[in-house]
Design a protein around this ligand. Structure first.
Ligand SMILES: C[C@@](CO)(OP(=O)(O)O)[C@H](O)COP(=O)(O)OP(=O)(O)OC[C@H]1O[C@@H](n2ccc(N)nc2=O)[C@H](O)[C@@H]1O
Ligand SMILES: Nc1ncnc2c1ncn2[C@@H]1O[C@H](COP(=O)(O)OP(=O)(O)O)[C@@H](O)[C@H]1O
Length: 297
């Protein structure tokens, strides 16, 4: 029986996300604080097999194997390095898709790291692996290091940051709403063109009512996608208000949505919030000091 590796692919939340520019190729420049979380997380059961090529299966029926990012990661790595072993992967998909949690990117980074660790003389240097990762997705380079980072460029410039949230319970609330990242960026462009959204540094109490509320209490967390996504999905704005009713120290939508992350210094408040969210049908995942935290809802 060959060795089976169990790779855990956690998720990320954006504690700050501002869109600060658009490149010629249509990709957007961002300034964002990426923070890794252990829950929800995907599991990749990987084992080497005879011959060459990837055999992929996945628990998510709506995620075919051809368009799965893991297939593209294997293909890209084989083309770049010539290392194309026989590999079987069974993906236990737990991170909701289109949730702003980087689930696909995390899977790809976990698999690329595993391939590179076994590639021997074909292995890529760190920078080259990050460059390959970027071709799979803007969030993939972050997951290679999987540590709190200030992210700029389109997602390829990473600066490690000391971001100690050990005093907080982090609660991820996942409404069953799929937000397409590409749509969110295009919609941001349209709203930017008509002046209804601006990069945060251009906001003043005069040109943004929401900021006039915040300037007295500068927002600890910020996500420039909220106005875009709440405009299209008002139900998500309601979810955020429901979370705020449980007195988190801070709460923000993650990435292009639809998930939220809330920081609670009180575990009791986090528990109550999780119970209320689950009663409304929203999956919840908690963690504290980098470890998953079971919540009695
Ligand atoms: C919004 C963010 C914030 O962390 O994450 P998610 O909400 O997806 O988790 C990222 O910028 C998403 O990264 P990722 O999800 O890897 O995006 P990709 O698959 O590379 O790109 C999907 C589409 O989004 C647009 N895109 C993506 C990244 C970027 N910096 N500018 C863009 O304009 C492009 O149209 C691209 O075709
Ligand atoms: N292994 C995978 N896990 C999740 N999504 C995948 C995967 N492979 C391909 N995808 C595609 O990537 C899209 C974005 O998924 P994901 O990265 O989880 O969301 P987000 O970009 O909101 O963080 C999904 O809607 C799906 O179509």
């Amino acid at each position: 029986m060959s060795t089976v590796w169990k790779l855990r692919a956690g998720c990320k939340v954006n504690l700050y996300l501002d869109i600060v520019g658009v490149r010629e190729d249509g990709y957007h420049e961002i300034e964002s604080l990426f923070y890794p979380l252990p829950a929800p997380c995907d599991i990749l059961d990987v084992h080497l097999s005879d011959g060459q090529g990837l055999r992929l299966s996945c628990t998510a029926s709506d995620l075919g194997t051809e368009e799965n990012i893991l297939s593209r990661a294997y293909q890209r790595f084989a083309e770049t390095t010539g290392f194309a072993p026989g590999v079987s992967v069974h993906l236990h998909k737990n991170i909701p898709m289109g949730a702003g949690l980087g689930g696909g990117s995390s899977d790809a980074a976990a698999f690329l790291s595993w391939l590179n660790a076994r590639a021997g003389d074909h292995a890529l240097a760190r920078g080259d692996l990050a460059g390959l990762a970027l071709t799979l997705g803007a969030d993939v380079p972050f997951f290679l290091g999987n540590a709190p980072a200030w992210v700029t460029g389109i997602g390829e410039k990473l600066e490690p940051v000391a971001c100690d949230l050990a005093d907080y319970t982090l609660l991820v609330v996942c409404p069953a709403v799929h937000v397409n990242t590409r749509w969110a960026y295009r919609r941001w462009d349209e709203m930017r063109a008509n002046g209804s959204v601006r990069p945060r540094k251009e906001l003043t109490p005069e040109n943004s009512p929401i900021m006039s509320l915040c300037f007295t209490k500068p927002p600890k967390l910020w996500n420039g996608f909220e106005e875009v996504v709440f405009h299209e999905f008002p139900a998500l704005y309601e979810v955020k208000k429901q979370i705020l009713n449980h007195f988190p120290d801070a709460c923000v939508m993650s990435g292009s949505g639809s998930s939220f992350v809330a920081l609670f210094s009180s575990v009791e408040c986090a528990n109550r919030c999780a119970g209320a969210m689950r009663a409304m049908g929203h999956a919840c995942h908690a963690s504290r000091s980098g470890e998953p935290l079971g919540l009695n809802s």
